[in-house]
Design a protein around this ligand. Sequence first.
Ligand code: ADP
Ligand code: MG
Length: 826
Amino acid sequence: MTELTPMLKQYHQIKSQYKDCILFFRLGDFYEMFYEDAKIASKILGIALTSRGHHNGKRIPMCGVPYHSANSYIGRLVNNGFKVAICEQVEDPRKCKGIVKREVIRIITPGSVIDEAEIDEKSNLYISAIYSDLRKNRFGLSFLDLTTGEFKFTELSDQNLLRNELNRLLPAELLILKEDPLADEFNEFRKELIDQKIDLDTATSLLKKQFQVYSLEGFGCHEMPLGTVASGMIVHYMKETQKGFPAHIKEISSYRIGDYMFLDDATCRHLELLRNMRENSVEGSLFSVLDKTNTPMGGRILKKWIIYPLINIEKIRERLLAVKELKEDPILRKKLRNRLKDIYDIERLNAKISLQRANPKDLIALKESIKNLPYIKKLLKKSNNKFIQKLADQLDLLSDIKEEIDKAIVDDPPSILREGGVIREGYNKELDELIKISRDGKDWIAEFIAKEQKRTGINNLKVGFNKVFGYYIEVSKANLKHVPPDYIRKQTLVNAERFITAELKEMEDKVLRADERRVELEHELFQALIERISSQGKRIKKAAEIIGTLDVLCSLSQVAEENNYVLPEVYEGDEIDIRDGRHPVVEKAIKDEEFVPNDIKINLRDQQILIITGPNMSGKSTILRQTALIVLLAQMGSFVPASKARIGLVDRIFTRIGASDDISKGQSTFMLEMNETANILRNATKKSLAILDEIGRGTSTYDGISIAWAVVEYLHDKGIRTLFATHYHELTEIAFLKPRIRNFNVAVKEEGGRIVFLRKLVPGGTNKSYGIHVAKLAGLPDEVIDRAWEILIEMEKKVKRKKGGISLGRYMKKMEDSNQLLLFKR
Ligand code: ADP
Ligand code: MG
């Protein structure tokens, strides 16, 4: 058995506390990994696996990365789902005897990367926590973005709502207590189980400590105890991973999902709000059309506005009028947008400063950003719009912070502190003196060389510097005879010898000590500055929010202008009346044809359910989605793609997109389809809008028609505004049975056996499905097409014979009237 070296003993001792992390063990200029960690890391990072010493007769696997480029390696491990514990030397190896003390100073997890991995600047990076009380059927939810300081919590009354909300937030990590009844759920997220008892008491005291308050009532915690526990779990986790409470997180706020339009996960996906369904990328999403923001803050806020549309008319109008103002004043908008371009991600810079992770260049970026605020405020002040005025009034110019940075930091500092040269001259007396000594030292040496050359008569006498001897005098072989007795020989080279003198060493001491002290002092001054700025973090965060909001308003008005959108009217009634509505994404995507606008009117009076028929590819889905998107746009405060729009407030948009249209899901699509349909039938209200696209497609035709039929009847009787697209023309017959159902179809024209899509929504049902026409368009061989026609004609004959030559709807109506068919009675 080989004894472990003291260093490896220390390694084992530390690793035993961080078993679930890859331990980055600092050894001089490297972070080393050992054993399993080394095997995993070398594979993922593509670095050499070596070994060091023996343990129990086997060589110990090892790999390492240089500390100055560690960030990208850490980022890659974290992106691969690992946690990385950073273990540093916490004392100066020169000043200690024996083995240097080491400690883990931070754990980097998927939700707490700062600059290790590339994080999307237009997205938030959340750590979420949930805490459930199944007996009361209530759930606490909290989330924190460490990179911006946003910290929120809420409570939900149903597990589905919880899941939906998590899907809106898409946290990078989800914390759940090991003892939580839902600990085995939510496997679609990266779960972190907390093996600790955290209850309301522990959570409360953790939060009080974090925010340094006596009571949490000001944050709304008393109304949401489960949300409070979830928030406490996050603070606990931060304390563990960040080794302390992150200073920039100074407040938390509660929210209610009921304050926003409810969009379930399926709806966000179907409407392709932030990502397209096919590739799950931003391209082709609503966000990609609306995003003309010029700051990362703006991008992040825009996403929130999209997935949290408002339901308060006042607030909606407030936003709409601000967008209108900026749209109608293109000069103001241009000036603002130009300025916004010069503003960096001050929200994330602020967080970096508070987390002690900012470098000198970050402070300059903050300063340069702040410089734009006075001009922006001046521009905003001129506006007559109340919302914009309010933003102007609240915009803190942060001039004290700008000045602090300006006074302290040179204009173009290095990105690291190690070498000094960061702090401006004139900022600190002691530093100025040190700089002078170091600069004078160089002049002094020049003089010293001249003096010594003269004294000794050696014309090629030189002074050099190396790490071993410091400053030395170099004399070539030929001149050695002129060397005076006070020179002390240090080194012999082939052609020269090197000497020192007492005078030179004295000066050297002074210069070197000054340089060393200078770096130390710059460090201290920088640290003090960081601390002073951190203490103002709340103000910087607020300014970042105002800039972000302004950026979104500018972006929306720019989009309205470029894409020819109009100001919608949002009101408390129930009618949705859209003239010449367009699909904001499809209208940009199509190349060969012009987008054909369509009118849509839905209300609870006489047009509650629109059944839209038309062959495949005629444009049914597009009409459905554009209607939902126009409603959503209006309620998030955006202009809409239409010539006129009046929107009766919608509290929820439900969508159900039929099996074959929902490509992102795999096999059991029919089950999923029915699940989602059930959800709509249970939860939709008179204020909701339901979009049902080809439901019943995932099963046999007759099953499908029957289910669709029953669903439509039910929605009708419950008073839910619905757009229902189907290629089953049989369904148009329901209009004969129910008063508030209207048939529409997307017009097509037949031209010599071919169909031409007119894309126009017109009243009335279709009695043809044109399936074979579309098949022909798609290029099915002519023999197959001809044979299909034959079969169809035969089948139609048979069906007609059975029903006595009338259509399904009329047949049922007849049966119902004569009370013969109880099955169809409700
Ligand atoms: P359906 O649901 O009836 O099968 P879609 O709504 O999916 O048809 O539309 C099919 C394609 O037709 C779209 O991808 C788009 O390219 C085009 N399209 C749809 N609506 C319009 C329109 N109003 N104007 C122009 N092209 C349209
Ligand atoms: Mg469709």
